[in-house]
Design a protein around this ligand. Structure first.
Ligand code: AMP
Length: 281
């Protein structure tokens, strides 16, 4: 694996690969890597000739400064995991390399409704920051395929919208969520949880699975109330939302229909904010 910290050196390497007609796949991450990230690398390797992973904790997407400061950094272990995963390139830029002009700017991406619901409502500015960094990284890499995890489902929809709006050439490939044995979605944030909380935190997936399994036997309101009960009874201190939405537009639905739905939740345990979602056919 080759490590690049500088944009121009990475660009040079990739233009040689492109000239040789290699298909370039891109897996952006914020590090603190786990099996979820590695499944993205594996999928990328199975489809592309060159697998590029980036590790960049993007200050522009943290609406809460202390969340940014507490974000786990495990770079040495990440490099080992990436070496073993067979990734070809690691892009590890400094903040000034990605944002030479600084990163605190006005919202510029037209995300409409997607920017103000669910994560958008509870993390103002978050998706503008996500788009800002993804736009820059996609512009630098000019990858053929971008690999994102379904774990951050709204983020996938937001980035898809930004890519479509800007008519970027890169295709999006969404990879299923990897879970612990108890159902807890793998996340870098889980590192901040005690082992007791990791057990309790599986309640988010239980609650979302409850919605999925009972989608035709109860009303949307009853399903959401019951799911919230499951989460709070398990020991979560605060629930931001439990919502059942159209899987494409992410508009909340009020009754079940034949469309594909998604159940999404965000809640705090031991001061750590966890999110998850399940798709309902
Ligand atoms: P992050 O480092 O949290 O920004 O995540 C980088 C990428 O890994 C994003 O596309 C995430 O959706 C994806 N990802 C994170 N956790 C998981 C998981 N448990 N399963 C699959 N993909 C994941």
């Amino acid at each position: 694996m080759i490590l690049f910290k500088k944009t121009n050196q990475l660009r040079q390497q990739l233009s040689a690969a492109k000239a040789a007609n290699k298909k370039i796949g891109f897996v952006p991450t914020m590090g603190a890597l786990h099996r979820g990230h590695l499944s993205l690398i594996e999928t990328c390797k199975s489809i592309c000739d060159v697998t590029v992973c980036s590790i960049f904790v993007n200050p522009a997407q943290f609406n809460d400064k202390s969340d940014y400061e507490k974000y786990p950094i495990t770079i040495e272990n990440d490099i080992l995991l990436l070496e073993n995963s067979g990734a070809d390139i690691l892009f590890l830029p400094a903040v000034a390399e990605v944002y030479p002009e600084g990163w605190q700017q006005q919202a510029i991406y037209t995300l409409g409704y997607l920017d103000s619901i669910l994560e958008g409502e509870y993390r103002p500015g978050h998706f503008q920051g996500v788009c800002k960094v993804m736009h820059k990284l996609l512009n630098i890499l000019q990858a053929d395929i971008l690999f994102l995890g379904q774990k951050d489902y709204q983020q996938c929809m937001v980035i898809k919208r930004m890519m479509d709006d800007l008519q970027l050439q890169t295709q999006l490939h969404i990879v299923p969520t990897q879970r612990e044995l108890n159902g807890l979605a793998m996340s870098s944030r889980n590192m901040r949880l005690s082992s007791d909380a990791k057990e309790k935190a599986a309640a988010i997936y239980k609650a979302l699975s409850y919605i999925k399994n009972n989608i035709h036997s109860a009303s949307i309101e009853v399903l959401k109330t019951e799911a919230k009960n499951i989460i709070s009874t398990a020991g979560f201190n605060k629930i931001d939302y439990v919502e059942i939405c159209d899987a494409i537009s992410l508009q909340p639905v009020h009754e079940t229909n034949n469309e594909k739905l998604a159940a999404l939740a965000a809640a705090f345990i031991e001061g750590v904010r966890l999110i998850d979602n399940v798709q309902i056919e």
